[in-house]
Design a protein around this ligand. Structure first.
Ligand code: ADP
Length: 281
């Protein structure tokens, strides 16, 4: 590899260059909700693997972006899915003009160069895929690259973070006990109303009154959880509704688009949600 002037780069400089897209330049807005910042900092200091545990759309991804920025570490995020293989994480040989060349996967890049690796919704991945993180999450801190016949020792700054939504847990889809036990867990949930309104106002750029109304609607939808709804409206959905309001859509219609229609196909639940919205606007 060469730099822009054409000079050959040593391996350290090559790694720095490979990490460039993963550095977080500006501070991602994050409103702390409880003690999570101090907890993460403490876990990071000893590189303890961290599980961010909570419902979807409650701020886990934003939090890890904020922490990576605060700690000055690059962040490599992988959205896990059921077709993801261990090679998607670790890497593979690919054929190019010069022959077969090894390409590091995102996990290997993070392990090699000392980034924070965030495996989002890890439970979506198959268990034979998640098992590759085991040797990284105990005191060995190694990643075997079997196809390459290499055992990679993690860079001292490498830190593994996963997110996990206990609401989606089922017998078929759950983390192995032996995986769970390797992590310290930080609990996330929807913030209390005043803080959530602050977040919605900041992110959707709506006034505090509109934000408070949206949060009130969100709380009512969450009360329907277990009564036909798998999850209530997330902070993300409330922000989406706020963005529509900011673009001139009336609040009730904005809520229909951003909150009601995405989360349910059941006409009774839809009516219940619309009634809750009508009571708030
Ligand atoms: P998750 O990863 O838990 O599914 P996200 O981190 O993507 O959720 O959060 C969804 C959106 O909600 C974010 O893009 C951000 O706009 C907003 N958000 C949620 N919680 C916070 C918070 N505490 N501070 C700032 N923004 C937040």
């Amino acid at each position: 590899m060469h730099d822009r002037s054409g000079a050959a780069l040593d391996s350290r400089a090559q790694q720095d260059l490979a990490l460039d897209p993963f550095r977080i330049a500006g501070e991602p807005y994050y409103r702390p909700v409880a003690h999570e910042v101090a907890l993460f900092e403490a876990a990071h200091r000893s590189r303890m693997p961290v599980m961010l545990k909570g419902p979807t759309g409650c701020g886990k991804t934003r939090f890890v972006e904020h922490m990576a920025w605060k700690l000055g570490r690059p962040l490599i995020t992988v959205s896990c899915h059921e077709d993801m293989t261990a090679s998607d994480l670790v890497g593979r040989y690919l054929l190019d003009a010069v022959g077969t060349v090894w390409h590091d996967g995102p996990l290997t890049l993070a392990v090699r160069s000392g980034a924070i690796c965030y495996l989002d919704e890890i439970v979506e991945a198959r268990q034979d895929t998640t098992v590759v993180i085991h040797s990284l999450t105990d005191d060995r801190r190694i990643l075997p690259l079997e196809k390459k016949n290499e055992v990679l020792k993690a860079h001292p700054d490498f830190h593994l973070v996963i997110s996990y939504n206990p609401g989606y847990q089922s017998v078929l889809k759950d983390l192995k006990e032996s995986t769970k036990q390797r992590f310290g867990a930080i609990a996330f949930s929807y913030p209390v109303a005043a803080i959530e309104a602050e977040i919605v106002a900041a992110e959707a750029r709506v006034d505090r009154r509109t934000a408070a109304t949206l949060v009130n609607i969100g709380a009512r939808s969450r009360n329907l959880k277990g009564h036909g709804l798998e999850e209530g409206a997330s902070t993300r959905m409330l922000i989406n509704a706020g963005l529509l309001v900011g673009n001139g859509i009336a609040l009730a219609e904005a809520c229909d688009v951003a909150l009601v229609l995405p989360i349910t196909d059941d006409p009774d639940i839809r009516d219940a949600l619309r009634a809750a919205i009508a009571a708030c606007v």
